[in-house]
Design a protein around this ligand. Structure first.
Ligand code: NAP
Ligand code: G4F
Length: 350
């Protein structure tokens, strides 16, 4: 049985990748941070109590800031594949906590690579395959469309840290012959997306506004354009990269871009509302340096991996709004039954 270790298993992509690998018969191990509240919401539907059934999914406490725990977990799990999805992944927040972001995203990647290098060297037949979660944010201000040959021009502490992680990964591949792939993934979304990323912030608001639970939706720059795909499609590309004969780097994208304004228009239209009546501007959502236009050229992934996105922009918006409308209806039913529901994270500027 193949064993995979996923760092960042509790995140959006971690949950989709876990489902994908379990369906392929993998034994999946995940690294998760200790939290004072449960943080496994996205995984609870696939987790089985090990006392009741054999564990196909096992969770281990760990953190990319703790190299010792990383080494220990790798020794214990003895993975065939490692997926590094762990990150402080919010671009705006990275301007507020740049040192922490660099410690997790850049140095954390280095810690994991170092742990793997020692593990790989220790045995003759180990050769673990490693996936590094790179980002289209690394292209930043580089003109669209962007491909594997586009020079990086990062525009945030997050993006600078991802560029460092990317080059650590390339260097370890070249220096030590390790099987390492960098996926350069453009934005990918889903009903499991964190609620402070713009698509989910919009679809949550659409549900709540249409159910009378929220007044306005406050946003920053509506002109930014992104190449938005579906997260469930993108985890397949990660896996495909690790199944090739040789390691390489790939852009993963849909090849279409839309503005934040376009997303608002489409999402509010799903419930028969005009976005202009409900969206207001708040400058605290602006970033000190913005990334204006990301549009990916994923020809290499298409030609070499046979990968193609299945879910397009309209279907993605429909899926996310449908999910968040259901959530808002549940919220309203609870309110009707006398429960108080607080707006979450309302004070946070992200
Ligand atoms: P996400 O939902 O924010 O998940 C990030 C994961 O990393 C969570 O499991 C989080 O744990 C974990 N994490 C954060 N800090 C950590 C630390 N110090 N040690 C260990 N784990 C830590 O992100 P995502 O959307 O799934 O993205 C997955 C990866 O792809 C990230 O590296 C992201 O930067 C990158 N990426 C994402 C996109 C996108 O559009 N989604 C595009 C390109 C690249 P908690 O649950 O405890 O917070
Ligand atoms: O949804 P966002 O926060 O995503 P962003 O910055 O593109 O980053 C995401 O995608 C990257 C891949 O390109 C990942 F690497 C990264 O981890 C993350 O998953 O913002 C998208 C756009 C930005 O231009 C932002 O300025 O939406 C604009 N925006 C406008 N109003 C807003 C808001 N973004 C957020 N989060 N909140 C707003 O109120």
């Amino acid at each position: 049985m193949r064993r995979a270790l996923i760092a960042g298993i509790t995140g959006q992509d971690g949950a989709y990748l876990t489902e994908f690998l379990l369906a392929k018969g993998y034994e999946v191990h995940g690294l998760m941070r200790r939290s004072s509240l449960f943080n496994t919401d996205r995984l609870d539907h696939v987790y089985r109590d090990p006392h009741e059934t054999g564990p196909a999914l096992t969770l281990h406490y760990g953190d990319l800031t703790d190299g010792t725990a990383l080494r220990r977990t790798i020794e214990k799990v003895r993975p065939h594949e490692v997926y590094n999805l762990a990150a402080q992944s919010h671009v705006k927040v990275s301007f507020d906590i740049p040192e922490y972001t660099a410690d997790v995203v850049a140095v954390g990647t280095l810690r994991l690579l170092e742990a793997l290098r020692d593990y790989d060297r220790a045995g003759s037949v180990r050769h673990v395959r490693y996936y590094q979660a790179g980002s289209s944010e690394m292209f930043g201000a580089a003109p669209a469309p962007q491909s594997e040959t586009t020079p990086f021009y990062p525009r945030s502490p997050y993006a600078v840290s991802k560029v460092a992680a990317h080059w650590y990964a390339v260097n370890y591949r070249e220096a030590y012959g390790m099987f390492i792939c960098n996926g350069i993934l453009f934005n990918h979304e889903s009903p499991r997306r964190g609620e402070t990323f713009v698509t989910r912030k919009i679809t949550r608001a659409v549900g709540r506004i249409s159910e009378g639970l929220q007044g306005k939706l406050y946003l920053g720059n509506l002109d930014a354009r992104r190449d938005w795909g579906f997260a469930g499609d993108y985890v397949e590309a990660m896996w495909l990269m690790l199944q090739q004969d040789a390691p390489d780097d790939y852009v993963v994208a849909t090849g279409e871009s839309y503005s934040v304004r376009d997303f608002c228009e489409a999402a509010f239209a799903e419930v028969g509302l005009d976005w202009r009546d409900h969206v207001a501007f708040d400058q605290r959502y602006l970033r000190p340096t913005e990334v204006d236009h990301l549009l990916g050229d994923a020809s290499k992934a298409r030609d070499r991996l046979g990968w193609r996105p299945r879910v397009g922009f309209d279907a993605l918006v429909t899926q996310m709004v449908g999910h968040d409308l259901d959530l808002a209806r549940q919220e309203r039913a609870l309110q009707g039954a006398g429960f108080f529901i607080a707006a979450r994270g309302a004070a946070l500027a992200s």
